[in-house]
Write a protein that binds this ligand. Sequence first.
Ligand code: SAM
Length: 299
Amino acid sequence: MAAPGRRPVPAAGMRRTAPDPAPVTGAELPSLRETVARHGLDARKSLGQHFLLDPAVCARIAALAGALDGRHVIEVGPGPGGLTRALLATPAAEVVAVELDRRAVAALAELAAAHPGRLRVVEGDALKADPAALVPAPRKIVANLPYNVATPLLVGWLRGAAALEGMTLMFQQEVAERICAAPDTEAYGRLSVLAQWRCRCDMLLRLPPGAFSPPPKVWSAVVGLTPHAEDPGPALFAAMERTTAAAFGQRRKMLRGALKSLGDAEGLLAAAGIDGARRAETLSVAEFDTLARALLARG
Ligand code: SAM
């Protein structure tokens, strides 16, 4: 019997019935540029493709995700796999990468072979994937997001944030600023309230267009989102979505006008103890929480 972990050595004169391919190791992988060229991965605008081809930048983003040992990491849109390689270089238990582009899925096969049992590539639309169903806890999402669907992806993950330990996500800088914005600023809006209500949000890194291939028109930024311990549950989350949509849908109006679509705006504002002459952008996240709870309580 062969020693554990070692292949049996064929006796002299015997021929192997099948060739024994040597596994590709991480060090032997082609460069990311070669991967792009070999698999014809010319970037498609419709898929929001702006690739990170500098391993040092990818390693920096993976490091921003914090401790990954034993964590199950979900990556959305691995593309040619630069960030995926960096994530696989951490002690993460596994990386599950969801990718819509079949060409990229094929390009990642070699990477999966180099990391047996640690990389699973799922071909499909991340908008339809449930992180809790993809991997067991503890779960983290780390991604350079396709900008065209970044906001709906984030809102979906915020809805299910209780199942996540954290998210480290690259957005267009303008979206990242909206996520982290404080009240009484131009950038403060529905996304700021939803994100900060469910998570601590930290602006971690800004990257110029030249960091990507092809370069986007705008700067990008990585945001760290750490879910708060309290889970509001689906009914209160839905109430918060309705409240923020109404309030910021007409952000220049006083709240007593902006919230009319929710019915009895005056009664709602009175129940929450909020002056109806105020505008949405002046309300803190805690005041939005009170309003959403009042809406839910009213039924
Ligand atoms: N992670 C790679 C990198 O940093 O080089 C690629 C990032 S690129 C900004 C976004 C990736 O998301 C692309 O590979 C694109 O094909 C993929 N993508 C776009 N829409 C998607 C969706 N709905 N579900 C899953 N992947 C998607």
